[in-house]
Design a protein around this ligand. Structure first.
Ligand SMILES: Nc1ncnc2c1ncn2[C@@H]1O[C@H](COP(=O)(O)OP(=O)(O)OP(=O)(O)O)[C@@H](O)[C@H]1O
Length: 262
């Protein structure tokens, strides 16, 4: 039982943007995917969800608990998304529907995949809002995304992703769009919830300091290729790849304390 990405290759026509990437996330494991902008991290996550942009072609293999996902129909993948693999995106403003109330969105995956009634959906929504630390968890369900702060919106996205108890959670720079204090609080909540859920985590970031707070093992990507795969403590002390060394130097220049908060 694992999420196994094996020799994944993603191309737009002749242009290959992800070259033979392989890794495994077991339930409860916490893997970081780290690299600079444009290194293929987001496309790798989108391929797992079957949400690659128009014109992108993926080959290789993505197995979810033994089941091949590449080549499955949109309909089959839609059934898997949210229920077995869920994702938290970078920008909560675009991840949430501006026209729908928070309550409708927070428990949406649970409503769809578990067939909850309206009353059950409301109850699950309140429970989720409380778990992710939203203020006034009952009242907030009636609000719209624009009535919440950026940090609160990201808490809603995290709650929605966890609502149907997915076995695997993908998170693409979920705190990057937030200011530093909020970033730290949300990382702490996220960390606690993912640990509590027992879900396997694939966490995407370009920041080694952030990675050190959330992941146990990391895959370093550069220009679409894996250049290093190592336990996080090793990356924090003796990275082998040139990019790993640069990421460590960059993290040391900022207020970096391995595994700690700022
Ligand atoms: N829709 C698209 N059409 C063509 N090329 C694309 C498209 N989306 C991404 N790419 C290219 O694929 C490569 C990998 O992009 P990807 O978004 O996965 O990088 P990333 O590591 O997640 O970067 P970032 O940290 O900036 O999100 C980049 O060179 C990008 O220009």
């Amino acid at each position: 039982m694992s999420l196994i990405v094996d020799n994944l290759r993603i191309a737009f026509g002749e242009r290959v943007v992800v070259h033979e990437v392989s890794f495994e996330v077991a339930p409860g494991a916490r893997l970081g995917l780290i690299g600079e902008s444009g290194s293929g991290k987001s496309l790798t996550a989108l391929a797992i969800l079957g949400l690659l942009p128009e014109g992108a072609h993926a080959s290789g293999s993505i197995r979810l608990d033994g089941e091949e996902l590449l080549g499955r129909s949109d309909r089959e993948l839609a059934r898997i998304r949210g229920a077995r693999v869920a994702m938290v995106f970078q920008e909560p403003r675009t991840a949430l529907n501006p026209l729908r109330r928070i309550g409708a969105q927070i428990a949406e995956p649970a409503r769809i995949h578990e067939g909850l009634t309206r009353a059950q959906t409301r109850e699950r929504g309140t429970e989720l809002a409380r778990r992710v630390g939203l203020p006034e968890p009952t009242e907030i369900l009636r609000r719209y995304p624009h009535e919440l702060s950026g940090g609160q919106r990201q808490r809603v996205s995290i709650a929605a992703a966890l609502s149907a108890h997915p076995r695997y959670l993908l998170a693409d720079e979920p705190t990057t769009a937030l200011d530093v204090t909020v970033q730290s609080e949300i990382l702490a909540t996220f960390d606690e919830l993912v640990r509590g859920s027992g879900s396997g985590l694939l966490f995407i970031t370009h920041d080694l300091a952030v990675l050190s707070r959330i992941a146990d093992h990391a895959v370093v990507m550069s220009e679409g290729r894996m250049v290093e795969s190592a336990p996080v403590p090793q990356l924090l002390t003796a990275p082998v790849s040139e990019l790993g060394q640069r990421l460590l130097a960059a993290a040391r220049r900022t207020a970096f304390r391995p595994g700690g908060t700022e």
